[in-house]
Design a protein around this ligand. Structure first.
Ligand code: KIV
Length: 256
């Protein structure tokens, strides 16, 4: 709870830095720079090439989270609850308890607003910290277009942000939300908003790590590639393959 309070206390003071990780080695690097590390169910498309995150299972999330846990010393570790694991408050509680126990994470993230209000209340009542997720919801969205263009959509997202706050979430991810709407929500709730494609006005930012380093060849508008790691890997593997073929590797130093 101390870590959760620390995140909340950053609102209106300092931006919250967050990234996804799916394994120990990556998590151990991100831990030096991030406030929150999310084991996102985006791993379904990033690692497993699933058509949607709906195919990700509870077991897959738990196994990757166990790996990530080993790499984190200080950041807050949050795990996505996969699709169909929080259909009822009872299901959600059983599955969230399992995630918390097996992965030793600090909290879980669920997608949605009004529909999962009672579920979030149940988790929070049982001392499970919850991060909300509004805007584009990959587990249920059909169009994958940014949200907040239409007035009714804006009204629903604002209502949902207030409901999530009331249910007791410690922060809310805003995914692909129009700038003025993200700003309005951020200014009107007491818990931090963490944006992805939701403007600079959010209290913090999150990106999928593979996108940030340019490992994912796809370009999304809301991503800035801070490296082109594909080139770097390509060069390294090309050099290795040349040296193996020319019998330059392994040399004496690499041999027993
Ligand atoms: O699954 C994920 O990686 C996420 C982030 C993009 C917020 O939910």
């Amino acid at each position: 709870m101390r870590k959760i309070k620390k995140i909340i206390s950053k609102k209106n003071k300092t931006k919250i830095v967050s990234l996804t990780a799916y394994s120990k080695n990556v998590a151990s690097i991100l831990d030096n720079y991030c406030d929150i590390i999310l084991v996102g169910d985006s791993l379904g498309s990033v690692l497993y090439n699933y058509k949607s995150t709906r195919e990700v299972t509870l077991n897959t999330m738990i196994e990757h989270s166990k790996s990530v846990r080993m790499g984190i010393k200080k950041s807050l570790m949050i795990v996505d609850m996969p699709h169909n694991t929080y259909r009822t408050p009872k299901d959600a509680l059983k599955n969230a308890k399992q995630i918390m126990k097996k992965t030793k994470c600090d909290g879980v993230k669920l997608e949605g607003g009004k529909k999962i209000y009672e579920t979030i209340k149940t988790l929070v009542k049982n001392k499970i910290p919850v991060m909300g997720h509004l805007g584009l919801l990959p587990q249920s969205d059909k169009t994958f277009k940014f949200k907040g263009k239409k007035n009714l959509e804006r009204v629903h997202i604002i209502r949902d942000s207030q409901l999530l706050e009331k249910a007791g979430v410690f922060s809310i991810v805003l995914e692909c939300v129009e700038t003025s709407l993200a700003k309005l929500i951020t200014q009107n709730i007491t818990v931090p908003t963490i944006g992805i494609g939701a403007s600079k006005y959010c209290d913090g930012q999150i990106l999928v790590f593979d996108d940030l380093i340019g490992l994912n060849p796809i370009n999304y508008k809301f991503v800035k590639k801070y490296a082109n790691i594909r080139n770097y890997i390509s060069k390294s593997v090309s050099n290795y393959s040349k040296e193996v073929r020319k019998i330059k590797f392994p040399n004496k130093k690499n041999s027993f």
